[in-house]
Ligand binder design. Sequence first.
Ligand code: G6P
Length: 589
Amino acid sequence: MCGIIGVVCQEESRRIAEITVNALKRLEYRGYDSVGVASVSSRGIEVRKAKGKVDDVVRIKRIPELTGFLMIGHTRWATHGPPSDKNAHPHTDCKGEVAVVHNGTIKNYRELREELESLGHKFVSETDTEVIPHLIEEFMKRGMDSFSAFKAAIRALHGSYAVLAIVKGERKIYFAKKDNPLVIGLGNGMNFVASDIPAFLDETDRVIVLKDGELGYVTPEEVHVETLEGNVVDVTKRTIVVTWKSESVTKGGYPHFMLKEIHESPVAVEDTINGMLSDMETLTEAVKALAEARRVIVVASGTSYHAGLYFHELLLSEGYNSLPIIASEYYTVKANPSDVVLAISQSGETLDVVQAVKSFKTKGAKVISLTNVIGSALARESDVALYMRAGPEIGVAATKTFVSQLASLALLFSELTGSFKEEIKKIRSILERTIETYEGISKEWGEELAKKSNAYYLGRGLGLPLAMEGALKIKEVAYVHAEAYPAGESKHGPIALVSPGFPVFFINVDKSDLLLNNHAEMKARGAETFAISSNVALGADHEIVLGLSDFLSTFAVAPIIQLVSYYAAVTRGYDPDKPRNLAKTVTVE
Ligand code: G6P
């Protein structure tokens, strides 16, 4: 949540604004409440910012006209203070000679603000971030050079932060990181610091992933990193060359990232499976840990939680002791050293998941993580780090990464139990065929659901996590209120709402014999029924019969429910890439 970018180059030019605007567009998925930039040129610091989306703010504030030798930029997902022009980043000190962008939460900002106000500092926003430029100003006033003042300011903060700061007249971007992601990009005659790699992928593929507790500065020629304690860190050996292609972070002819990324899921799954199999050592280590576990605690949030539930269902089917837990409820579980925690997170940065894992570790549990981002916080916290290779996902709603999660978890289960070995090889082609064959029908279903205010998604066994994901997706992007239930439970309350025309969506990929009755119960109340069935048709008003095994059908269901939600959103006139109030990566409690 919140995207930050910093660019510093040798020449003073407009190119800096072009690169920053491009980066802000790439970072917009991290928050779209407000946007702002600050440049440093021979004329001093200039800030332009406002509430609104990147394209609008860039146009209204004429950001491309700014020149300078460095620029920082920010897209905001509001935490402290509502979305507004004055709460938009960058924030400055009293004299406008220091500017700061920040992603995270400063827990002690009230005390710091009171102290600074008592010293005469004037605040203009309601944000926690604004204390940072004033702290830097205060320390500089006391005689420190700017880097020492920056370090002193960072040491005064309690909480989480990825921070960039600039000072009038300096060709340097100061940075610090704790609990929020920050990466450095190494360019030619210019360097970058950003929340994530896609921000500068057009300019360079050479990256250094910063660790918690590191801070420093970049100039056009130099990267200086040290720890909070002041020990200089040699990061040259940590340079990695990323294989992500720049095209993977553009819409490539599709109207939205969400649609493009649904279409990318066959390749994402193939890359994920091949990638995991190419690192057999890590996979075997994970399998060994799971096999020896007395209990597997599966922990995740949002869509990743549904992938976790899918794994839980697989484990249950073979008699394993598994406990799925929504990450923000981790404190309800007493972990012990015989537990193995499987933490699943696309970003690897979701604070709820990271906190849960940190807590389970203190109880002696071993941690396996499954993420899509190399070097993410979660991967660093884990004993065994498994990676998907789904490529960058820009749409806020998870699509291809959900399918890749299902595939990686199916592979893990297959290695653990020996089942589904042959079927896993077919997932890519099943996904390709599904999207090609059923996109038209999914569009029709989406258009139909767009007319409704409420919907139920029902399933049993392996179908239940997919029903939950279907309901979440249509809520997230089309704002249709939807609830998922185990189909058998629907008669214990939910059915009270069903009247003629009420849409009920069946994920019929497990226990079809039982779902036949649940479908009949809904039809008897006049429900308009939709079904995705593996083999046995329910006789729904709208039905896709896949003709696949139950196991392979779960993979085909995923893009269909995503396409239905996508087309429902578009029919209703919403932008599915930027659902209101949501952020792709949630790094607050
Ligand atoms: C946010 C996103 C969801 C995502 C969830 C977990 O709420 O809007 O799409 O599923 O975070 O994200 P993670 O990166 O941990 O998978």
